[in-house]
Structure formats: structure tokens, C-alpha cells
Design a protein around this ligand. Structure first.
Ligand code: 1MF
Length: 188
């Protein structure tokens, strides 16, 4: 994945456990690099190794690391200048979630090696929707729960996501989430 992802993991680790924790994670993952170039593509294995090492060092389960990472990703990319990209996607949960593929298309114009997941919304009501997540990568679904929580923070609404169905392949994954959010108010 692009270096921005690994840099966000490093930033999260430092936020939780300080620089000592990040150095321990680097060592545990056998990482040679001391920093990442945001727009350079790194092997996915590196990211998986970092998540595993972070779990060990920070004494969190893989699911907890992935969920914390998802939440952090929205904050971190916002801080790094990508906030407007997300803000342009909409102002409500269903709007933003429905625009994620278009958003990734735009990023892909700059980063041809991007392999973004695909998100599809169905059964949209004023307070819930079903979100299908199709990924080229296996095992990252807990991250989506955090991404939804991060978006909720950004949009200043209450929201939650819970996996309700999944189909897993060796190298791909499709998970359906039930996403609940504070009821949308009719616009005046
Ligand atoms: O293939 C990739 O390298 C890749 C990297 C990041 C694919 C997707 C993503 C973003 N995605 C991370 C989890 C992927 C899990 C999976 O593969 O199943 C999160 C997608 C997402 C979901 C909900 C809400 C917001 C989301 O992300 C918004 C977003 C997406 C991409 C970027 C920023 C915000 C982005 C921006 C610049 C990048 C890379 C990604 O790289 C640069 C470019 C120029 C200068 C510096 C960095």
C-alpha cells in the first residue's frame, strides 16, 4: 500500500505509546526504513507486518489495531491535507459512504498503483444503511468499523458499524456492514 498508510500507522503508534513504542514496532517488524514516502507504493506484507507488530507491542488485538487505524486514518489524512477530498464527498454518512468509489477514482489518477476497496450502499434509510465492502486484501474488514467511526467524528454525528455477513477468499474479502447513524433531519 502507499506509504501514507504506513506513515499513518507509525503516527498512531506514537500517539498511543510514544516514540519508544514505534521503535519497538519497527524492530519487531524488522523494518529497515525509518520513515515512509507517502506517494511511494510499498509491499502489502509490510503493512500487515506493522499491524501485527503494533498489536504485540501495544498489547492490542489485531482487530483493535485495525479499528484504531481506521479511525486514525480519517484524522491523519485530514491533517496531511486530504481533508477537502473527504469533505467534497458530502455532509451526511450516506452521502460520503456513497461517494467513496468516486473519491478513490480521483486519488487513482495520481497514484496508478492504488488498489482501493469498493464500497456499495443499499437499503438506505434516515438512520441506517447496509454497506458492502469489497477488498483486494483479506483481513482488513475491522478497519472499516474504524473508518466509519472516523467519518462520524468528521461529520460530527453518532454512528456505528457492525459486520453482518462475510465472504472470504484467499486474497480478497467481501463484508457487509450494518451502519447506523443519528437520523437525518429533513433539510429546511
Ligand atoms: O492500494 C493502496 O495503496 C490504498 C491505500 C489507501 C488503497 C486504499 C487506501 C485507503 N483506504 C485504506 C484501507 C484500504 C483497505 C483495503 O484495501 O481493503 C481507506 C479508504 C477509506 C474508507 C472510508 C473513508 C475514507 C477512506 O479513505 C479516504 C482516502 C483515501 C486515499 C487517500 C486519502 C484519503 C490517499 C491520499 C493520498 C495518497 C494515498 C491515499 O498518497 C499520496 C499522494 C500524494 C502525496 C502524498 C501521498
Amino acid at each position: 500500500m502507499y506509504g501514507l498508510v504506513n506513515a499513518a500507522i507509525a503516527d498512531l503508534a506514537r500517539e498511543i505509546g510514544g516514540d519508544a513504542a514505534w521503535q519497538a514496532i519497527r524492530e519487531e517488524a524488522g523494518l529497515v526504513e525509518s520513515s515512509f514516502v507517502g506517494m511511494t507504493a510499498y509491499p502489502d506484507e509490510l503493512t500487515y507486518d506493522l499491524v501485527a507488530a503494533a498489536g504485540k507491542v501495544l498489547q492490542m488485538s489485531q482487530d483493535e489495531v485495525l479499528r484504531a487505524f481506521g479511525r486514525h486514518w480519517v484524522r491523519y489524512t485530514g491533517r496531511k491535507g486530504w481533508g477537502p477530498l473527504l469533505e467534497a464527498a458530502g455532509t451526511t454518512m450516506p452521502e460520503v459512504l456513497g461517494q467513496l468509489d468516486a473519491l478513490h477514482c480521483r486519488v487513482r489518477l495520481m497514484l496508478p498503483e492504488l488498489r482501493p476497496p469498493s464500497f456499495r450502499c443499499t437499503d438506505v434509510t434516515a438512520s441506517s444503511l447496509r454497506l458492502r465492502y469489497y477488498s483486494h486484501r483479506a483481513g482488513l474488514a475491522p478497519m472499516v468499523v474504524g473508518l466509519v467511526e472516523g467519518l462520524a467524528e468528521l461529520l460530527d454525528v453518532e454512528a456505528s458499524a457492525e459486520a453482518v455477513d462475510r465472504v472470504v477468499d484467499a486474497d480478497a474479502e467481501c463484508v457487509e456492514f450494518l451502519v447506523c447513524y443519528a437520523p437525518l433531519r429533513a433539510r429546511v
